[in-house]
Design a protein around this ligand. Structure first.
Ligand SMILES: Nc1ncnc2c1ncn2[C@@H]1O[C@H](COP(=O)(O)OP(=O)(O)O[C@H]2O[C@H](CO)[C@@H](O)[C@H](O)[C@H]2O)[C@@H](O)[C@H]1O
Length: 351
């Protein structure tokens, strides 16, 4: 999300954080440093209880409680983008449509199977294809699109607001005692009812260097399964999402680490192996973060290993997501002869 905004020249960015936010705060403040000379910034904003003794009630309340940032900056337009998605998008194209339409809010949408409706805000496009005739947050069984009955337009949780419309909508929402104070659950339905919402079709967005496979690629990685699947998309023979597009880079922290090293007998195939890894066992169809060590005789298959994970000698890890610094203990030779499959203590997909 940050890479898309920055690549698209949106360079004054606040990241609203909540629970257990320290590692995110540290990542943002150490990685996302831009020229302060030109007034640009990416700054994490912790919840502060500015409007009374309560934490954020929902995503709309999070923005209401942070309006001081908008009053300080006085922008004409505000982009509110979700932060748990993987995709490439040039936000300038969405902004241009928003300005052209004169709407109060423009929501980015894409076609998804109707069976997935309960996971998304579902947009009913108006007859012009650009206005929003209806918006239902996570409906169980909405009607399909007129031209494609088995699909619906899902909101991507990315919105461009005219600042005045955003502030007024948030204040109206704050006064509504029945509201859940959520962007998708409250603000979008409210502005749709007032005829102030427009739809941006994500499939029309293009970024430099895109491939026919990753144009239109978008994954919500808010669940463990979706997070895992998005990693598997990276290592397919012809990856659905191309990490190597240098014309629209995905930025992240890269520490001062030596290149990955493979000892005798160490091998990896269909995998991403980050710097600082030491591979002495066998790795297939996996994504290894910096500093992972795989000992001799260990096997890693279809897994996502975070920073500094250590897989002990003879251990087998399959279909797992392992958090940073997890140690999978070595398997004593006798145990490996007995069961053949040593255990991994934190494998959500294998138990
Ligand atoms: N209290 C809070 N304080 C600060 N930040 C908060 C917050 N609650 C949520 N957020 C942030 O707001 C964004 C969206 O929140 P969620 O991921 O919980 O929404 P969800 O995916 O259910 O639906 C949303 O995203 C999907 C697309 O994934 C849309 O279809 C749907 O309409 C929309 O509501 C995320 O980046 C999240 O971190």
């Amino acid at each position: 999300m940050l890479s898309n905004l920055v690549n698209g020249d949106i360079l004054r960015i606040c990241v609203l954080t909540q629970y257990k936010s320290h590692s995110l705060d540290r990542h943002i403040t150490t990685t996302w440093r831009m020229s302060s000379l030109l007034g640009n910034y990416v700054t994490p904003v912790p919840a502060q209880q500015r409007l009374g003794p309560h934490w954020y009630l929902g995503s709309a309340d999070a923005i209401l409680q942070s309006l001081n940032l908008i009053y300080d900056e006085r922008p004409e337009y505000v982009a509110v983008f979700g932060a748990d998605h993987v995709y490439r998008m040039d936000p300038r194209q969405m902004l241009a449509q928003h300005i052209d339409s004169g709407a109060g809010v423009t929501v980015a949408g894409m076609r998804v199977p109707r069976s997935e409706s309960a996971s998304f805000g579902v947009v009913t496009p108006g007859s012009d294809g650009r206005s929003v005739a209806g918006f239902l947050e996570k409906p169980a069984d909405p009607p399909g699109l007129a031209d494609d009955p088995e699909r619906v337009f899902a909101s991507m949780g990315n919105y461009v607001f005219t600042t005045k419309a955003l502030i007024e909508a948030l204040h109206r929402d704050a006064e509504d005692e029945n509201s859940v104070h959520d962007m998708g659950g409250s603000i979008l339905p409210q502005l749709t009812e007032r005829g102030e919402a427009a739809l941006y079709d994500f499939s029309t967005n293009h970024v430099p260097g895109e491939t026919s496979r990753d144009q239109g690629y978008w994954r919500d990685v808010g669940t463990l399964d979706a997070y895992y699947d998005a990693h598997m998309d990276l290592i397919a023979e012809r990856p659905a999402f191309n990490l190597y597009n240098r014309q629209w880079p995905i930025y992240t922290h890269s520490g001062q680490l030596s290149p990955a090293r493979f000892n005798a007998g160490g091998m990896a195939s269909e995998s991403i192996i980050s710097a600082g890894c030491l591979i002495r066992g066998q790795v297939t169809r996996s994504v290894l973060s910096p500093g992972v060590v795989v000992d001799p005789g260990a096997v890693v298959q279809g897994s996502v290993l975070h920073d500094n994970v250590h897989i002990g000698r003879g251990a087998v890890v399959r279909g797992a997501v392992l958090d940073k610094n997890v140690e999978v203990p070595r398997v004593p030779p006798s145990a490996s002869t007995r069961s053949g499959t040593p255990s991994c203590t934190r494998c959500p997909r294998t138990g």
